[in-house]
Design a protein around this ligand. Structure first.
Ligand code: NAP
Length: 305
């Protein structure tokens, strides 16, 4: 069933009767929050997490109607399930939930890589369960159930990568969920998605993790000065570099080809820049800076800055 028609004189009917969020961290708890706030995403919200501490915190915050430690029991009777765990743990989580997924259920996710998600979930997908992978292009460097907020997805893109032949009604429901969360939707194939995010997200993170390490390797005296004067640009790298370890390890390990391809292209371009600096080629340097400014302006115009 697609986006349910609203009953006369009432708000729109919920898209899901029973929606389970697996991994109520930054992304998962933000989905729970916006679903709670709106009321038209799911009638009943279920959450399951790995640790006792997260389960207890989700209960304290009142983020879900049912908080269940066992992922298999959590998904029972659900018509919607969203994996919000690090992408490296998908195969293990899927092995636990697959026997409990109901026919007709829409299985989606929020993972930052999409080829690996289809690779890991498809072999265990029960007949009649619809897989509609998704990637909300929204986030912060914070994690855990306290880090989430209902407005996280507002005005941000969410990319759907349904494999060929996916039930259009299941895709429509996932699209409607993200639209109700405030997102703009794009549908891409998984390979294109993985290349795009390698350049817009994964490579910038790789550079940030590397540059703060390079600064940390400097001699004591220089390192102290770097930290003291960090406001001049370096600070933005340290914010990105403060991101979650498990999530980012899994992203790099699960988007290997695309990250390596983009890194190779970047390295060539950075070396060309370096050569221009060495040989005093002011025109080349100016051209690069002008290009950077132009790209920034177009991002501002697109309201994505
Ligand atoms: P997070 O705040 O660290 O939350 C991760 C959740 O997954 C927690 O509830 C955690 O449970 C659970 N978890 C971790 N490892 C697990 C495992 N091995 N088995 C089962 N559950 C496990 O992470 P997040 O930032 O919300 O990211 C969640 C997903 O969204 C990831 O796939 C990430 O790639 C994607 N994503 C993230 C961002 C971002 O900027 N952060 C943006 C878009 C998409 P416990 O707390 O109990 O350990």
């Amino acid at each position: 069933m697609a986006d349910a028609a609203p009953a006369a004189g009432t708000a729109e009917a919920p898209l899901f009767e029973r929606l389970c969020i697996i991994g109520p961290g930054l992304i998962g708890s933000s989905i729970l929050r916006v679903a709670r706030e709106r009321g038209d995403i799911a009638r009943h919200l279920v959450a399951t997490a790995r640790s006792e501490a997260t389960l207890a915190r989700v209960r304290e915050l009142g983020l879900a109607d049912t908080v269940e430690a066992d992922p298999g029991r959590a998904v029972e009777g659900c018509d919607g399930v969203i994996l919000c765990v690090p992408v490296g743990s998908y195969a293990g989580v899927m092995a636990r939930i697959a026997p409990h997924l109901s026919p007709g259920c829409v299985l989606s996710d929020a993972g930052s890589t999409k080829g690996s998600v289809i690779r890991d979930l498809t072999p265990l997908l029960p007949k009649g369960v619809h897989l509609v992978p998704a990637h909300p292009m929204a986030g912060t460097e914070h994690s855990g159930p306290d880090a989430g907020f209902a407005e996280l997805f507002k005005g941000r893109w969410c990319i759907l990568t349904p494999p060929p032949g996916t039930d259009p009604a299941a895709v429509a429901r996932v699209r409607a969920l993200w639209e109700r969360a405030g997102s703009m939707i794009e549908v891409l194939d998984a390979t294109t998605h993985d290349k795009v995010v390698a350049i817009v997200s994964h490579l910038p993170h790789l550079i940030a993790f590397t540059i703060v390490g390079t600064a940390d390797d400097l001699a004591q005296e220089t390192r102290e000065a770097v930290l003291r004067f960090a406001a001049s640009g370096f600070r933005d790298f340290t914010r990105i570099a403060a991101s979650d370890v498990d999530m980012w390890r899994d992203v790099f390990l699960n988007n290997r080809e695309a990250v390596l391809e983009m890194l190779a292209r970047f390295t060539e371009d950075a070396q060309a820049f370096g050569r221009a600096v060495r040989w005093g080629e002011a025109g080349f340097i100016e051209d690069r800076i002008k290009r950077g400014r132009k790209i920034r302006r177009s991002l501002i115009e697109l309201k994505q800055a």
